[in-house]
Design a protein around this ligand. Structure first.
Ligand SMILES: C[S@@+](CC[C@H](N)C(=O)[O-])C[C@H]1O[C@@H](n2cnc3c(N)ncnc32)[C@H](O)[C@@H]1O
Length: 266
């Protein structure tokens, strides 16, 4: 697995600077007080003040620090050194008390002890992980008994379609993952599709809904709610999506699930 994670980490390290300059992440807005979280996770987790919250795959920490601004005691984890470096400097700059840990999600027990009231992860996290059962064990490991896990993610059903086809949905990919991860080469990313990068390669894993839900159940969690949404936080998920005034993008002509969420407790 190391080979895949090394390649992915190089790409993510390079993307941090591009994302930090992008309109999508709106760093200036964030620094001046804007909250980067979406209504889905805000409504699902409710009042987090005074709660300890672990954010898995936190990127450069905007969501982590946003939970911190809402009163949670936050810890963010990501394997990108450049992301964690920026997250730490943003914490210092905004005065939000936060711990940031640099490491692979699967290696977290080497770096972190303790249990949390909330474990959170979101939007574009699971496709970078090879094994849902081992991931769910990590989630369960860091939840205190009675604690809440919440994930909001892109719906795996939508990954089967050609995301570049300009006018209609065409099936291009399989739904279930094979033995090996899928290999991609691309320049920009969802936050800046035009950006040119040196590290064009990445490896990703598809995780069908059943695999994610069963992994969480297998790790001993109780599923409290499953949500599916016909809108997305990512307007580049499919080429012809249209942005809405509510901050979510939609797929004209199709009534399909673009994102899902799971709330579970230990
Ligand atoms: C799409 S971003 C997460 C997006 C996040 N919701 C946001 O908008 O800021 C995916 C993150 O996962 C991190 N990542 C990928 N694979 C990882 C792994 N195995 N362990 C820890 N972090 C990982 C990347 O560095 C990146 O910051």
């Amino acid at each position: 697995m190391e080979k895949y994670y090394d390649v992915n980490k190089r790409r993510w390290n390079e993307l941090v600077d591009i994302h930090a300059k992008s309109d999508e992440y709106d760093l200036d807005g964030f620094i001046s007080g804007k909250n980067s979280l979406h209504s889905i996770e805000l409504e699902a987790l409710g009042d987090v003040s005074g709660k300890s919250l672990l954010h898995l795959q936190c990127h450069f920490g905007l969501d982590t620090l946003s939970w911190g601004r809402l009163g949670a005691r936050v810890t963010g984890v990501d394997f990108s050194d450049t992301a964690i470096e920026l997250a730490r400097s943003l914490a210092a700059r905004t005065g939000v008390n936060a711990d940031f840990i640099c490491g692979n999600v699967y290696d977290l027990p080497k770096h972190l002890d303790g249990e949390f009231d909330v474990v959170f992860t979101s939007y574009g996290a699971l496709c970078w992980l090879h094994n849902m059962e081992a991931w769910a064990e990590i989630v369960a490991r860091y939840l205190r008994p009675g604690g809440t896990f919440f994930i909001a993610e892109f719906h795996p059903f939508m990954w089967v379609f050609d995301d570049e086809w300009p006018s209609e949905l065409r099936v291009k990919y399989r739904y279930w993952q094979g033995e090996e991860p899928d290999y991609y080469e691309a320049d920009g990313s969802y936050a800046d599709p035009e950006a040119k990068v040196v590290n064009r390669s990445s490896y990703e894993w598809a995780h069908p809904m059943s695999e994610v839900v069963n992994a969480l159940i297998g790790a001993g969690l109780t599923i409290r709610g499953l949500g599916e949404y016909p809108f997305s936080v990512d307007g580049t998920q499919i080429a012809f999506m249209e942005p809405g005034e509510d901050g979510y993008s939609r797929l004209p002509g199709y009534d399909l699930p673009l994102m899902y969420s799971i709330k579970a407790t230990k």
